[in-house]
Design a protein. Structure first.
Length: 164
């Protein structure tokens, strides 16, 4: 989310240098930058592909030249330590940052939803590798005990990342 946030607030037509301790983010970014067009199948193998689509959408729309730089994590770099503290604080914010997938799906060929309720924003094959998992999810969504939060489920306000 840090990369996305930096690009959202960046002015048009500028050069952006982002320093991160996430080698995974740098690898995904560089791979997608070098490969150009990414097939829906490749996108669906990626976690958070809608956020990555939005990142590249912003780069193209705002005509940004973005470079990611690797910094060592946990190395007493004051800027990186501050970024870690902000990320941890952001993880505890009650109101989530929601990417409006209904709007953005028009820009993204790789878009899967389950029962029109939940966007599968992770590797779809891993999500469906257990044939029972979608059925369990469906029964959970329709569980009467969850009826008080059904609207939050429909609106995508619940992060299901750690559910299994």
């Amino acid at each position: 989310m840090g990369i996305l946030t930096a690009l959202i607030i960046s002015p048009f037509n500028c050069r952006i240098n982002i320093y991160t301790d996430s080698a995974n983010c740098i690898n995904i970014f560089n791979t997608r930058m070098q490969s150009g067009i990414v097939s829906p199948r490749q996108k669906l193998k990626q976690s958070n592909f809608l956020i990555w689509d939005l990142i590249f959408f912003l780069i193209n729309e705002k005509h940004l030249l973005v470079t990611l730089h690797k910094v060592s994590g946990h190395s007493n770099n004051p800027h990186n330590d501050e970024a870690d503290l902000l990320a941890k604080a952001g993880a505890h914010i009650i109101e989530p940052i929601i990417v409006n997938h209904k709007f953005f799906s028009k820009q993204s060929l790789g878009f899967i939803s389950w029962n029109c309720l939940h966007v599968i924003n992770r590797n779809v094959r891993k999500w469906a590798d257990n044939v029972i998992q979608p059925l369990i999810f469906n029964s959970m969504v329709n569980n009467k005990a969850l009826s008080p939060i059904k609207q939050q489920i429909i609106d995508g306000d619940i992060d299901w990342t750690f559910t299994k």
